[in-house]
Write a protein that binds this ligand. Structure first.
Ligand code: NAG
Ligand code: NAG
Length: 368
């Protein structure tokens, strides 16, 4: 069944709204000419600036996306994404696996159980949705193909955000870590192909580097609170990209706020964002400052770690992902930290300010 497009549903046709705005501007302009000499106070100026008539750009930067379906929205990353979307005024529907007992975050408009293997089942659940955000886990990444096909088969979904997040999988093909991330790479290839012919649907891939706050809790940054030891790979001076989970959520919201507007800078693009690009030595120094004591260093050579991990991977041991990830980001000369000041960086395209590493470190340390 054809759904009316999001533009038609959520705002008047452009020509009508432009005419209205011109008329309103004329009225306001006249009022300014008459009133300003009489009441030129800061409060009246503030009122004019706060009116929706001021600045025609306001309507162009208004989002044309309202209804957002989130797949996998109850996990460690899915929850802050759903929360940020709701806080930002989106109408969020949660897609869940049939039989799932996960609890939906507060404020979700609807929870719809789907069969992730069935395009028909997902398509029915996507009726009236304007965007799909997939936060399905890495191992389930292959399951995203029917989700993409269902989104493309609707006429309402205009943006698909695949479950990329983490490392930039566009850079991994042909590497050991790329062998584990193959399903993700394949899905972005599929999106690229499908959106070449289907002009309604567009996609945005978001890579955010290491999940920093999560990594502190789950030990993936090589930081051990008990022994106050940091495992430092190679020199410890290589910059790497990392983001706290709420920061990743902010990026998702910003992509959807731009999508379908004149400000859309991420359509059919793979972007890299990062809250910060620290080195391991900078993290260690920050920990010492926060804790007020010295921390020990355990040295590791990425060449050895890589060799060992590849041998295990050849035996089908996928648990080496963490080791390969450490090499990917910490090895001297790896060069995988995004340049946050580049005009093409996701941070610049979305207007995301970098953060300091300290709040997340302090919050984590205070719980040890
Ligand atoms: C919000 O989403 C729900 C579930 O998809 C839908 O039933 C409802 O109509 C939506 N609300 C608005 C205002 O579009
Ligand atoms: C492309 O989008 C249209 C809606 O605009 C949809 O009906 C169609 O099935 C889509 N095509 C493909 C190949 O998915």
């Amino acid at each position: 069944m054809a759904q009316p497009g999001p533009r038609a549903q959520h705002r008047p046709p452009q020509s009508l709204s432009s005419t209205l705005q011109l008329a309103l501007l004329a009225v306001v302009g006249l009022a300014v000419v008459v009133a300003v000499p009489l009441f030129l106070t800061s409060s009246t100026l503030a009122w004019f600036e706060s009116t929706p008539f001021f600045g025609t750009h306001t309507s162009h930067s208004m989002s044309s996306i309202k209804n957002v379906a989130v797949a996998g929205g109850t996990g460690a990353l899915g929850t802050p994404i759903v929360e940020d979307l709701i806080k930002s005024g989106f109408n969020v529907t949660l897609l869940t696996r049939e039989g799932s007992t996960s609890k939906a975050p507060a404020g979700v408009a609807a929870v719809k159980a789907v069969d992730y293997k069935s395009v028909e089942s997902i398509k029915a659940a996507l009726a009236g949705q304007h965007a799909v955000v997939s936060v399905l886990g890495s191992l389930a990444a292959g399951e995203q193909t029917p989700l993409v096909d269902a989104a493309a088969a609707t006429s309402s979904v205009i943006r698909f955000i695949p479950s990329e997040f983490g490392v930039n999988t566009r850079k991994t093909p042909g590497t050991a870590i790329g062998g584990i991330l193959g399903a993700k790479t394949g899905l972005v290839d599929h999106l690229t192909a499908i959106t070449k012919t289907n002009k309604t649907l567009k996609w945005t891939g978001i890579s955010n580097g290491h999940f920093f706050d999560w990594g502190l809790v789950y030990g993936s940054l090589g930081i051990d609170a008990k022994s106050k030891t940091v495992t430092v790979y190679d020199s410890g001076n290589e910059k790497f990209g990392a983001s706290n989970l709420p920061y990743v959520a902010r990026a998702v919201t910003k992509v959807l706020q731009q999508a379908g507007t004149a400000d859309d800078k991420t359509a059919n693009k793979y972007i890299e964002i990062a809250g910060f690009t620290p080195t391991q030595n900078e993290i260690k120094a920050a920990l010492e400052k926060i804790s007020g004591t010295e921390w020990a260093t355990a040295k590791a050579k990425t060449a050895d770690v890589q060799k060992d991990a590849e041998a295990k991977l050849a035996q089908g041991d996928y648990s080496v992902f963490g080791a390969l990830l450490s090499v990917w980001q910490f090895a001297d000369g790896a060069g995988h930290a995004p340049d946050l000041s580049s005009p093409e960086s996701g941070n610049q395209l979305l207007g995301l300010e970098p953060e300091s590493i300290e709040p997340a470190l302090s919050a984590w340390w205070s719980k040890q």
